[in-house]
Write a protein that binds this ligand. Sequence first.
Ligand SMILES: CC(C)(COP(=O)(O)OP(=O)(O)OC[C@H]1O[C@@H](n2cnc3c(N)ncnc32)[C@H](O)[C@@H]1OP(=O)(O)O)[C@@H](O)C(=O)NCCC(=O)NCCS
Length: 188
Amino acid sequence: MPGDSTSEPAAVRSQRLDLVLSMRTATPADSAVVHALYEHNPQYFDIISIPLPTTDEVATELAAAARDERRVIELVCAPELTGVELDPRLRDRDGPGWVVGYLDYKLDYPEVGDATVNLLLIHRAARERGVGRNVVQQLEERLSGRVNRLLASIYGRNLAARRFWEGLGYRYAIDARPVVEWYGKTLL
Ligand SMILES: CC(C)(COP(=O)(O)OP(=O)(O)OC[C@H]1O[C@@H](n2cnc3c(N)ncnc32)[C@H](O)[C@@H]1OP(=O)(O)O)[C@@H](O)C(=O)NCCC(=O)NCCS
Protein backbone atom coordinates (compact mmCIF):
# COMPACT_ATOMS: atom_id res chain seq x y z
CA MET A 1 0.00 0.00 0.00
CA PRO A 2 1.55 3.38 -0.93
CA GLY A 3 2.85 5.30 2.09
CA ASP A 4 2.36 2.29 4.36
CA SER A 5 5.68 1.59 6.07
CA THR A 6 4.44 -0.39 9.05
CA SER A 7 7.05 -3.05 8.31
CA GLU A 8 9.85 -0.50 8.80
CA PRO A 9 11.36 -0.85 12.29
CA ALA A 10 11.45 2.93 12.73
CA ALA A 11 7.79 3.43 11.84
CA VAL A 12 5.16 4.00 14.50
CA ARG A 13 1.45 4.62 14.08
CA SER A 14 -0.01 7.71 15.68
CA GLN A 15 -2.90 6.68 17.86
CA ARG A 16 -4.77 9.93 17.38
CA LEU A 17 -4.42 10.54 13.66
CA ASP A 18 -3.63 7.09 12.37
CA LEU A 19 -0.55 8.55 10.69
CA VAL A 20 2.42 6.37 9.95
CA LEU A 21 5.53 8.27 10.97
CA SER A 22 9.04 7.36 9.96
CA MET A 23 12.33 8.85 11.02
CA ARG A 24 15.53 9.17 9.06
CA THR A 25 18.92 10.71 9.72
CA ALA A 26 19.32 14.20 8.28
CA THR A 27 22.41 15.06 6.22
CA PRO A 28 23.71 18.41 4.93
CA ALA A 29 21.77 17.63 1.72
CA ASP A 30 18.61 18.19 3.79
CA SER A 31 19.45 21.80 4.65
CA ALA A 32 16.77 23.22 2.30
CA VAL A 33 13.96 21.10 3.72
CA VAL A 34 15.01 21.85 7.32
CA HIS A 35 15.16 25.55 6.48
CA ALA A 36 11.68 25.36 4.93
CA LEU A 37 10.42 23.68 8.11
CA TYR A 38 11.96 26.48 10.19
CA GLU A 39 10.42 29.13 7.91
CA HIS A 40 6.98 27.66 8.53
CA ASN A 41 7.55 27.63 12.28
CA PRO A 42 9.18 30.97 13.10
CA GLN A 43 7.44 31.26 16.49
CA TYR A 44 9.93 28.85 18.05
CA PHE A 45 12.83 31.13 17.13
CA ASP A 46 10.94 34.13 18.56
CA ILE A 47 10.55 32.23 21.84
CA ILE A 48 14.25 31.46 22.08
CA SER A 49 15.15 34.96 20.81
CA ILE A 50 17.36 33.99 17.92
CA PRO A 51 16.94 34.92 14.26
CA LEU A 52 15.70 32.21 11.93
CA PRO A 53 18.83 30.30 10.80
CA THR A 54 19.76 30.72 7.14
CA THR A 55 20.02 27.70 4.83
CA ASP A 56 23.83 27.95 5.08
CA GLU A 57 23.66 27.95 8.88
CA VAL A 58 21.38 24.92 8.80
CA ALA A 59 23.85 23.15 6.47
CA THR A 60 26.71 23.97 8.86
CA GLU A 61 24.70 22.57 11.78
CA LEU A 62 23.83 19.37 9.90
CA ALA A 63 27.49 18.93 8.89
CA ALA A 64 28.59 19.45 12.51
CA ALA A 65 26.12 16.77 13.63
CA ALA A 66 27.40 14.38 10.96
CA ARG A 67 30.94 14.78 12.34
CA ASP A 68 29.86 14.30 15.96
CA GLU A 69 29.28 10.64 16.72
CA ARG A 70 27.20 11.51 19.79
CA ARG A 71 24.87 13.99 18.03
CA VAL A 72 21.89 12.76 16.03
CA ILE A 73 19.58 14.86 13.86
CA GLU A 74 16.58 13.12 12.38
CA LEU A 75 13.70 14.15 10.16
CA VAL A 76 10.18 13.12 11.06
CA CYS A 77 8.40 12.04 7.87
CA ALA A 78 4.73 11.36 7.29
CA PRO A 79 2.45 10.70 4.37
CA GLU A 80 0.04 13.38 3.11
CA LEU A 81 -1.78 15.14 5.98
CA THR A 82 -5.49 14.96 5.26
CA GLY A 83 -6.90 18.40 4.51
CA VAL A 84 -3.53 20.15 4.68
CA GLU A 85 -1.65 21.45 1.65
CA LEU A 86 2.03 21.44 2.57
CA ASP A 87 4.74 23.57 0.99
CA PRO A 88 6.26 21.44 -1.83
CA ARG A 89 9.71 22.21 -0.37
CA LEU A 90 8.75 19.90 2.52
CA ARG A 91 8.52 16.86 0.27
CA ASP A 92 11.04 14.27 1.49
CA ARG A 93 13.82 13.85 -1.09
CA ASP A 94 14.45 10.36 0.28
CA GLY A 95 10.98 8.86 0.32
CA PRO A 96 7.36 9.29 -0.75
CA GLY A 97 6.25 11.42 2.20
CA TRP A 98 6.69 14.84 3.73
CA VAL A 99 9.03 16.21 6.33
CA VAL A 100 6.85 17.31 9.24
CA GLY A 101 9.35 17.45 12.06
CA TYR A 102 12.92 17.70 13.27
CA LEU A 103 14.57 15.89 16.17
CA ASP A 104 18.04 16.81 17.46
CA TYR A 105 19.55 14.90 20.36
CA LYS A 106 22.92 14.12 21.87
CA LEU A 107 24.07 10.90 23.51
CA ASP A 108 26.07 10.85 26.76
CA TYR A 109 25.13 14.44 27.45
CA PRO A 110 25.32 16.11 29.91
CA GLU A 111 26.60 12.99 31.71
CA VAL A 112 27.65 9.58 30.47
CA GLY A 113 24.48 7.46 30.33
CA ASP A 114 22.22 10.43 29.59
CA ALA A 115 20.82 11.62 26.30
CA THR A 116 19.43 15.10 25.74
CA VAL A 117 16.89 16.29 23.21
CA ASN A 118 18.11 19.68 22.13
CA LEU A 119 15.11 20.32 19.87
CA LEU A 120 11.95 18.55 18.83
CA LEU A 121 10.07 20.68 16.36
CA ILE A 122 6.83 19.55 14.75
CA HIS A 123 5.38 21.52 11.84
CA ARG A 124 2.49 23.54 13.20
CA ALA A 125 0.21 22.01 10.54
CA ALA A 126 0.88 18.60 12.14
CA ARG A 127 0.68 19.60 15.81
CA GLU A 128 -1.68 18.40 18.51
CA ARG A 129 -2.34 15.16 16.65
CA GLY A 130 0.03 12.99 18.69
CA VAL A 131 3.03 13.30 16.37
CA GLY A 132 5.39 14.77 19.00
CA ARG A 133 4.30 12.19 21.58
CA ASN A 134 4.93 9.35 19.14
CA VAL A 135 8.35 10.65 18.17
CA VAL A 136 9.39 10.78 21.85
CA GLN A 137 7.93 7.32 22.55
CA GLN A 138 9.81 5.96 19.58
CA LEU A 139 13.04 7.59 20.77
CA GLU A 140 12.57 6.22 24.31
CA GLU A 141 12.12 2.72 22.89
CA ARG A 142 15.24 3.02 20.75
CA LEU A 143 17.39 4.37 23.59
CA SER A 144 16.03 2.11 26.30
CA GLY A 145 18.75 -0.25 27.55
CA ARG A 146 21.64 1.99 26.49
CA VAL A 147 20.56 5.32 28.03
CA ASN A 148 19.60 5.65 31.69
CA ARG A 149 18.03 9.07 31.55
CA LEU A 150 16.49 11.00 28.66
CA LEU A 151 16.44 14.77 29.09
CA ALA A 152 14.89 17.61 27.15
CA SER A 153 16.43 21.05 27.20
CA ILE A 154 13.84 23.81 27.03
CA TYR A 155 15.16 27.22 26.04
CA GLY A 156 13.49 30.54 26.84
CA ARG A 157 10.00 30.87 28.31
CA ASN A 158 8.40 27.98 26.50
CA LEU A 159 5.33 27.02 28.51
CA ALA A 160 3.91 24.81 25.74
CA ALA A 161 7.13 22.79 25.65
CA ARG A 162 7.08 22.37 29.44
CA ARG A 163 3.48 21.10 29.30
CA PHE A 164 4.33 18.78 26.44
CA TRP A 165 7.31 17.18 28.23
CA GLU A 166 5.52 17.05 31.60
CA GLY A 167 2.59 15.31 29.90
CA LEU A 168 5.02 12.65 28.72
CA GLY A 169 6.24 12.03 32.27
CA TYR A 170 9.33 14.26 32.25
CA ARG A 171 10.12 16.13 35.44
CA TYR A 172 12.19 19.19 36.23
CA ALA A 173 15.77 17.96 36.43
CA ILE A 174 18.43 20.64 35.94
CA ASP A 175 18.09 24.37 36.48
CA ALA A 176 20.08 26.56 34.12
CA ARG A 177 17.54 29.40 34.03
CA PRO A 178 17.03 31.93 32.55
CA VAL A 179 18.63 30.37 29.47
CA VAL A 180 17.51 26.76 29.66
CA GLU A 181 15.63 24.31 31.87
CA TRP A 182 16.07 20.56 31.66
CA TYR A 183 13.30 18.01 32.11
CA GLY A 184 14.20 14.38 32.50
CA LYS A 185 12.85 10.87 32.75
CA THR A 186 14.53 7.61 33.73
CA LEU A 187 14.36 5.01 30.99
CA LEU A 188 13.90 1.39 31.97
C1 LIG B 1 6.05 20.96 21.68
C2 LIG B 1 5.71 20.22 20.37
C3 LIG B 1 6.93 19.42 19.93
C4 LIG B 1 4.52 19.30 20.62
O1 LIG B 1 4.30 18.53 19.45
P1 LIG B 1 2.84 17.97 19.09
O2 LIG B 1 2.97 17.02 17.97
O3 LIG B 1 1.89 19.09 18.89
O4 LIG B 1 2.46 17.22 20.45
P2 LIG B 1 1.37 16.05 20.64
O5 LIG B 1 0.20 16.32 19.76
O6 LIG B 1 2.04 14.74 20.49
O7 LIG B 1 0.94 16.28 22.14
C5 LIG B 1 1.36 15.42 23.21
C6 LIG B 1 0.79 15.98 24.48
O8 LIG B 1 1.35 17.28 24.75
C7 LIG B 1 0.30 18.22 24.94
N1 LIG B 1 0.63 19.46 24.26
C8 LIG B 1 1.08 19.60 23.00
N2 LIG B 1 1.21 20.91 22.70
C9 LIG B 1 0.79 21.59 23.78
C10 LIG B 1 0.66 22.97 24.07
N3 LIG B 1 0.95 23.92 23.16
N4 LIG B 1 0.21 23.33 25.29
C11 LIG B 1 -0.12 22.39 26.22
N5 LIG B 1 -0.04 21.05 25.99
C12 LIG B 1 0.42 20.67 24.78
C13 LIG B 1 -0.91 17.63 24.24
O9 LIG B 1 -2.08 18.09 24.83
C14 LIG B 1 -0.72 16.15 24.36
O10 LIG B 1 -1.30 15.66 25.54
P3 LIG B 1 -2.31 14.40 25.44
O11 LIG B 1 -1.63 13.36 24.59
O12 LIG B 1 -2.49 14.00 26.86
O13 LIG B 1 -3.52 14.95 24.77
C15 LIG B 1 5.30 21.23 19.25
O14 LIG B 1 4.34 22.10 19.76
C16 LIG B 1 6.46 22.05 18.70
O15 LIG B 1 7.12 21.66 17.77
N6 LIG B 1 6.70 23.26 19.28
C17 LIG B 1 7.74 24.15 18.79
C18 LIG B 1 9.13 23.66 19.13
C19 LIG B 1 9.28 23.46 20.63
O16 LIG B 1 8.97 24.33 21.42
N7 LIG B 1 9.81 22.29 20.99
C20 LIG B 1 10.00 21.93 22.39
C21 LIG B 1 11.38 22.24 22.87
S1 LIG B 1 12.39 20.78 22.75
